[in-house]
Design a protein around this ligand. Structure first.
Ligand code: SAM
Length: 256
């Protein structure tokens, strides 16, 4: 079993699983954080899927020592009907996968859980983020700053070649799971406390895109906007300890 070094949403999933064996495990949208956790669970074997060669390589490097003979990292896209065709797993986890789909298979989101259904033998855990960009302007200071950072970041990504994440609300996921042959057992939200690392990462990710903009007047204005947002957010973190805004969720479901 893992320890407090893993994020609390993953520890909550352990709580939900209780004494039930994990069996064979599919990390359907893998990353360094999820695979390090999965590797400590005592699964029979695991398969970790990523659509990004760079991501798959990072995961491979991070898990090298712990990877067993039958544990696999698979590079593939859920929009490809042949990916893991005919396979099934006792436990499946979609850990921030739904929000990331947009970058690899735009408009595929409504089909994701239908796609994962035949692969799921016993339990599906979905981890996600309540959307905070396509919302009305929040009234509270922290919520408003997070909303502005998200809009700034996504605007920069769109100016470059990127496709921003498209998050879905837990209520949408619950409906979609029910329509695709799952029984929803648990839905839990977790308030988020964003720290300095998050704010800096969001602003810094825009720098190389801004750097390449042909319109230098726009580039200068965007750079200044990013720095103003950084300063405002870091001020709040200094005084309040965190930017307390937004919510993550965990949903547990079983196939019916
Ligand atoms: C935000 S990352 C997941 C974070 C990860 N669970 C962690 O703990 O670090 C999203 C993952 O889903 C994968 N992904 C996104 N869309 C995909 C698709 N259409 N097919 C397969 N994998 C996909 C990405 O390549 C990436 O590995």
């Amino acid at each position: 079993m893992s320890t407090r070094k893993h994020p609390r949403l993953l520890r909550y999933i352990e709580e939900l699983q209780g004494d039930h064996p994990w069996g064979t495990f599919l990390d359907a949208g893998t990353g360094v954080q999820s695979i390090r956790w999965v590797a400590e669970l005592g699964t029979e074997r695991w398969t970790a899927v990523s659509a990004s060669p760079r991501h798959a390589e990072h995961v491979g490097n991070a898990i090298q020592q712990a990877q067993r003979e039958n544990d696999r990292i698979v590079l593939g896209n859920w929009a490809d009907p042949n990916l893991l065709k005919g396979e099934s797993y006792d436990t499946v986890m979609a850990d921030y996968l739904l929000g990331a789909i947009e970058g690899f298979a735009p408009y595929y989101q409504p089909y994701l859980f239908q796609r994962l259904r035949p692969l799921t033998r016993k339990m599906l855990y979905v981890k996600g983020l309540e959307p905070y960009v396509p919302t009305l302007r929040p009234d509270d200071k922290a919520g408003r700053i997070l909303w502005e950072i998200g809009r700034f970041r996504d605007a920069c990504l769109l100016h470059g070649d990127g496709l921003p994440y498209r998050e879905y609300p837990a209520a949408w996921v619950v409906d979609n799971l029910r329509m695709t042959g799952f029984e929803v057992l648990k839905v839990k939200h977790f308030a988020i406390r964003y720290k300095k690392l998050f704010v800096n990462a969001q602003i810094d990710i825009c720098a190389p895109i801004i750097e390449k903009l042909a319109d230098r007047t726009l580039a200068k204005a965007l750079k200044a906007r990013g720095e103003a947002l950084r300063a405002e957010a870091l001020d709040v973190i200094k005084s309040d300890g965190a930017l307390c805004a937004g919510r993550n969720y965990v949903i547990a479901a079983k196939p019916v």
